[in-house]
Ligand binder design. Structure first.
Ligand code: ZN
Length: 317
């Protein structure tokens, strides 16, 4: 340990200290939790069902987790250790690995108790993420006096490495719509700030997106009606991942039901992404993206988007 690692010495003093004492599992080992786990994992091993069912060994931690309400029996030592690391600038944390040992199977009705100890704190380590310390805790799981398993959990608490700033790049352009003879009329309408819905001239059924024929009657003739622009959010997703050039996640993608009854996928604008809700009234507007540069002959991209009407989203003025 170098002179610079006074912190390391202070951290090492936590090795062997209890992080929680005489913890109790929130539930007895039970069939419903076993069944849910097996379904989530896709584990159909017959050992986990029937009158002689055992719990999947890898569920060990499920029986000791505190849930949202937390646990009694925590000593505070682990929190103190974290505070020391935070003060030293190691403010980020990542779980790195977990090791379990199983001494005997758990069965429905078993009442689980546990103790957790801070087993080790590593020397200062530099990883790609940054410089910090690995902290390993060991939880001994018991039923009565019998040790039934151990659960080792290791985290890296670290000061994030400074990332090299990328040189300023020209912003990626949004992908262009693929215009073909079946949908050209739609995109031409958009260029003129009109949202056109196809209408079958045989049976008058409206359709979107544009298609060569009518799904209701098979008719091939159509004309268009212009959408009034009124609609509601029928459904939505918030895109976080994967990142995609020209888009800044998170953002909301809505399935908008137009007043005319057809639905269209589009961006929902005018409120933060996390304020979008099913049923919100929205109104059509047209947005320009990507002004042309140089000899770009494409011109700006115009897209229909839907703005949440002022005062209609919860908590937004
Ligand atoms: Zn039709």
């Amino acid at each position: 340990m170098g002179a610079g690692d006074e912190l390391g010495a202070r951290l090492k003093a936590y090795e062997g200290l209890a992080a929680s004492v005489a913890g109790k599992g929130k539930d007895l080992v039970n069939e419903p939790m076993i069944r849910h786990w097996c379904e989530a994992m896709g584990d159909t091993d017959p050992a986990y069902t029937g009158p002689d069912a055992i719990a999947p060994p890898t569920m060990l931690q499920a029986w000791t987790m505190g849930g949202l309400s937390g646990h009694t029996g925590r000593t505070g030592a682990y929190d103190e250790l974290f505070d020391l690391l935070d003060e030293a600038g190691c403010t980020s944390v990542v779980a790195t690995d977990c090791e379990q040992e199983y001494l005997r199977p758990l069965r429905p009705g078993d009442e689980v108790g546990f103790d957790t100890v801070i087993e080790s704190v590593s020397d200062r380590t530099t990883t790609k993420l940054g410089t910090g310390y690995f902290v390993t805790t060991r939880t001994d799981v018991r039923v009565g006096q019998d040790l039934v398993g151990t659960h080792r959990f290791r985290i890296l608490k670290y000061a994030p490495a400074r990332r090299k700033r990328k040189p300023k790049e020209t912003r990626a352009r949004r992908p262009r719509p693929v215009v073909n003879r079946d949908n050209a009329g739609f995109w031409e309408g958009v260029q003129h700030h009109r949202l056109l819905i196809q209408r079958c001239t045989d049976c008058a059924t409206l359709r979107h997106p544009w298609l060569p024929g009518c799904n209701a009657c098979g008719g091939l003739d159509w004309d268009t009606v212009e959408a009034s622009g009124e609609g509601t959010v029928y459904s939505y997703v918030v895109m976080h991942h994967p990142p995609f050039p020209a888009f800044d996640p998170p953002y909301a993608v809505g399935l908008i039901e137009l007043a005319e009854g057809v639905r269209i996928v589009s961006n929902v604008v005018g409120v933060p992404y996390d304020k979008v809700r099913i049923g919100l009234p929205v109104r059509l507007e047209f947005r320009r993206y990507d002004e042309p540069e140089g000899d770009d002959d494409g011109g700006p991209l115009v897209l229909p988007v839907f703005r949440v009407l002022p005062g209609r989203a919860g908590g937004v003025g």
